[in-house]
Design a protein around this ligand. Structure first.
Ligand code: NDP
Length: 465
């Protein structure tokens, strides 16, 4: 083994690549970066959820130590990311396409590049499960959603009956959250009890706007253009009742994201990575696991962060033991502080700027729509939408790269409900691309930067020719 590893110690090989950007991945990055290992984090993009992981699709995280009043999941992830970057972590904002662990150094393909690395930390987390109903595809984004926190505020759900399926903490949290928008929330539980923590379950049971349907499964759903009803069956599979709902939100657990390594590392019968008991080492030397990808039991932000720390320390020791670590000291020793991120101010008559690349609110939208002769990207967001956090910097980067040839406006659908309704927005993030007062293209969810750029460049090209 030692010879094999030493043989790989050639130039151009990274010390450590971390795959995944949830609390496990970023905590590993913070520790590895502070150990001068200059880690690379492959953040992931669409495969297995969104960058930042499951906390990006949750609202208030009230159990992460250090935040006595709680913190929004996406805000917590923004902080972890900023901390990792501050200490010199390099980010590859793409999915890892393949991991070849059969040779040393290990080879990781991402964003069209091959990265070689002596050590790898897998922190790819777990993805939300789907029910696989016969009509699921038909009503996906037309009533069915895997993220109540992202989509709950959309106009179609306001004052309507909604349903959540699942009996864990996610289902309970989402059911309570949706009572802000829906007239009634039906919680569909397949057994006779909630798996959620006592505090969360009590909140559900005490909420008069939530009806729990025990021992019920969903057979299918129906509607025309938008979801109108779900059909429930009892424990024996006999038809029970049909409930009219305009929204159905899935919260039925997760599957570990081990697709890329399942044939190369030991995994359990559910696909979770098997590590040495209580430790981050996987079945292959130099490959470590952190967070939910190896944890079917605790699955908390703080346990993921803790295991990310362990994985980074173990990787550092392993690299040092094999004389593989090429460290780079920080210059300056203490990097510049990150500070608090400033939200974009909503534009009004006083501060509207016809040439600004990025503005916010209905005033800027109206002005640009009527007066600007440039392509206009309108992104519809909601305050708790984690994917919106991921998308906005990508869109701003596209506009930067286009050097002022296109502009962007952000519309918060909570603040500007009427506009969202008129625009037919059915979830966040939604991006609409306008040119010469015409809607040219609509994008739902997080998409690659290149897609937006190509769409804008096509409009600009067509306008010139
Ligand atoms: P869980 O795995 O805890 O719960 C999944 C739920 O979905 C279970 O009730 C399960 O039923 C049900 N389910 C699974 N498959 C089906 C199906 N095919 N049809 C109907 N129901 C189904 O997942 P969660 O996402 O809720 O939680 C994951 C982890 O994250 C947990 O550790 C949780 O504590 C944590 N969490 C914490 C939060 C917080 O503290 N704020 C918020 C959200 C999550 P059954 O019980 O019968 O197996």
């Amino acid at each position: 083994m030692a010879d094999e590893v030493a043989a790989a110690a050639a130039g151009g090989v990274e010390n450590l690549v971390i795959v995944g950007s949830g609390p496990a991945g970023y905590t590993a990055a913070i520790y590895a970066a502070r150990a001068n290992l200059r880690p690379i984090v492959i953040t992931g993009f669409q495969d297995g959820g969104i960058p930042g992981g499951q906390l990006m699709t949750t609202t208030h995280v009230e159990n992460f130590p250090g935040f006595p009043d709680g913190i929004l999941g996406p805000d917590l992830m923004d902080r972890l990311k900023a901390q990792a970057v501050r200490w010199g972590t390099r980010l590859v904002e793409a999915d890892a396409d393949s991991l070849d662990l059969s040779q040393r150094p290990f080879r990781i393909q991402a964003d069209g590049e091959t990265i070689t690395a002596h050590a790898v930390i897998l922190a790819t987390g777990a993805s939300a499960n789907r029910l696989g109903l016969p009509s699921e595809e038909r009503f996906w984004n037309a009533g069915i959603s895997a993220c109540a926190i992202c989509d709950g505020a959309t106009p179609q759900f306001r004052n309507e009956e909604l349903a959540v399926v699942g009996g864990g903490d996610s289902a309970c949290e989402e059911a309570v959250y949706l009572t802000k928008y829906g007239s009634r929330v039906h919680l569909i539980v397949r057994s006779g009890q909630l798996r959620a923590s006592k505090a969360m379950a009590d909140r559900v049971l005490a909420n008069p706007s939530i009806t729990v349907h025990w021992n019920r499964r969903i057979r299918d759903c129906s509607g025309s253009d938008w979801l109108e009803a779900i059909e429930l069956v009892d424990a024996e599979g006999n038809s029970a009742e049909t409930i009219p709902v305009r929204g159905l939100f899935y919260a039925i657990g997760h599957t570990p994201n081990t697709r890329l390594v399942r044939e190369q590392l030991d995994v359990d019968s559910h696909g979770y990575l098997i590590t040495k008991p209580g430790r981050p080492e996987t079945s292959l030397e130099g490959v470590f696991a952190a967070g939910d990808v190896a944890d079917a039991e605790w699955r908390q932000g703080i346990t993921a962060a803790g295991s990310g720390c362990q994985a980074a320390l173990a990787a550092e020791r392993w690299l040092t033991h094999h004389n593989l670590a090429v460290t780079v000291s920080h210059d300056p020793v203490d990097p510049q502080e990150v500070g608090e991120a400033k939200p974009t101010a909503t534009s009004d008559e006083a501060n509207y700027d016809p040439n600004a690349l990025w503005q916010k609110g209905a005033y800027a939208l109206r002005k640009l729509y009527h007066d600007s002769d440039k392509p206009l990207l309108v992104v519809y967001t909601s305050p708790t939408c984690g994917p919106c956090h991921v998308l906005k910097p990508q869109l701003k980067r596209v506009l930067d790269e286009l050097g002022g040839r296109a502009q962007g406006v952000e519309i918060d659908i909570e603040a500007d409900q009427e506009i969202a309704q008129q625009a037919g927005v059915s979830g966040t993030p939604t991006v609409q691309l306008f040119f010469q007062k015409e809607l040219k293209q609509q994008f739902r969810g997080v998409k690659q930067r290149s897609e937006f750029k190509a769409a804008i460049e096509q409009l600009l090209g067509a306008a010139v020719s």
